[in-house]
Design a protein around this ligand. Structure first.
Ligand code: ZN
Length: 156
């Protein structure tokens, strides 16, 4: 299959999920060696899961099918440019490349504006719309200290 066909699959997932009232109009497929190994569409409203974005769903499906926590050698085709959460998920999954269809501005035009999240990132914690405050770092550091000492850990 060619790149355009894979994007069509991502768009089809967006259309089908939306028509079935599973969530917003977003779809994604993960491809390895010319084959689709993961699929996802937005399921936020049907599963009451604000993190059930198409890219996250497709990454979970692909990793389950590959029995791996990384997507090395894979390409992600997403019907719309990823939001900051999915961008982060993609970086953690480490695919080789991302193809996107619509862009951030197209999504903002129909009410899915994630630009505000990008604007929150550089703000001082107390000025964010959701304030962040550090608590008892001397206690919270203990899992890190234990991780450093752990002999049988799976590094990633
Ligand atoms: Zn997202």
């Amino acid at each position: 299959m060619c790149k355009e066909k894979f994007m069509q699959e991502a768009v089809n997932a967006a259309l089908k999920g939306m028509q079935n009232n599973e969530g917003g109009p977003f779809g994604c497929v993960v491809v390895k060696d010319g084959k689709i190994i993961g699929r996802g569409n937005n399921r936020v409203t049907s599963t009451n899961d604000p993190t059930a974005h198409a890219e996250v769903m497709a990454i979970r499906d692909a990793c389950k099918n590959l029995d791996s926590f990384q997507l090395e050698g894979c390409e992600i085709y997403t019907s719309c440019e990823p939001c900051p959460m999915c961008l982060g998920a993609i970086y953690w999954a480490r695919p080789d490349k991302v193809y996107y269809g619509s862009n951030q501005a197209d999504a903002a035009n129909i009410g899915f504006d994630d630009a505000f999240i990008y604007k929150e990132i550089p703000l001082p914690y107390t000025e964010r719309s959701i304030p962040f405050e550090q608590l008892v770092p001397e206690i919270a550091i203990t899992p890190f200290q234990e991780w450093e000492k752990k002999e049988d850990k799976t590094e990633y």
